[in-house]
Write a protein that binds this ligand. Structure first.
Ligand code: ATP
Length: 225
């Protein structure tokens, strides 16, 4: 008998915003996740270094988790090497042998999947739950990904509860055209992101004057892992 699935959302969270949280909550409800864990990464592979320190990003992730009833897994922050998702999933699979793992990601991340470290292994360890993200469409996926989808896509969230790993499910969340890059740009120019951020995170950013006056010259590359 399998346990109810665990949901995992990895990210740089620089800062964490509602584009991370809303799709994750929608997936939690649709799948019946027993827990939704945020996995902040320390050294994201293939992208520029974060603006805020690991400690500041972790504090914001903890605040958001408390506000929305999520949990935080800090293991990637304690690693002194790139945060390969596959390493984290290998560890979690060993720790939770009878729990389906649902790794949540936005459509942009799915499209970059074939560039991730040991990406073929990911579906042996977890299911992938993919959120709609404006500007990204899996119909433009390359051949490798099309083949992967043909083999692994499921249309029913029950499939994620009944097997440990191996399915890809597209979640029908309300699209939110929002990125941390957008939030940083607003804050850098003194604008208030309002409800695009969890209230507690907005308050922390205000108190500590984070991102103010810092333009994003190096935020060119999106974040495959
Ligand atoms: P940046 O703008 O700094 O690249 P980001 O907003 O894309 O950051 P990340 O921390 O890189 O945020 O993303 C973590 C995960 O959340 C990724 O899987 C990404 O696809 C997903 N995600 C981020 N924003 C959204 C959104 N608006 N809708 C759906 N998924 C999202």
């Amino acid at each position: 008998m399998l346990r109810a699935p665990l949901g995992l959302l990895g990210g740089t969270f620089d800062p964490i915003h509602m584009g991370h949280i809303q799709p994750a909550l929608a997936a939690r409800d649709a799948i019946g996740l027993r827990e939704l864990r945020l996995l902040p990464n320390r050294l994201p592979p293939h992208r520029a270094l974060p603006h805020c320190s690991a400690q500041q990003r972790l504090t914001m992730v903890r605040l958001a988790a408390a506000e929305f009833g999520l949990t935080v897994d800090e293991r990637e922050l304690h690693r002194h090497k790139p945060s390969w998702t596959v390493d984290t999933l290998e560890e979690l699979r060993r720790e939770l042998p009878d729990t389906p793992l649902c790794f949540l990601m936005g459509m942009d991340s799915l499209l970059s999947l074939p560039t991730w470290h040991r990406w073929q292994r990911l579906l042996e360890l977890a299911h992938l739950v993919v959120s709609v993200r404006p500007g990204w469409d899996h119909k433009v996926a390359g051949e490798t990904l099309q083949i992967l989808l043909a083999e692994h896509e499921t249309h029913t969230p029950e499939a994620l509860r009944n097997t440990l790993a191996g399915h890809i499910w597209f979640s029908a969340n309300a699209p939110l055209a929002l990125s941390a890059t957008d939030i940083r740009a607003l804050l850098a120019t003194g604008n208030d992101p309002g409800e695009l951020l969890p209230q507690s995170v907005a308050e922390y950013i205000r108190q500590h004057g984070l991102y103010v006056g810092k333009r994003d010259a190096h935020d060119i590359i999106r974040a495959p892992r």
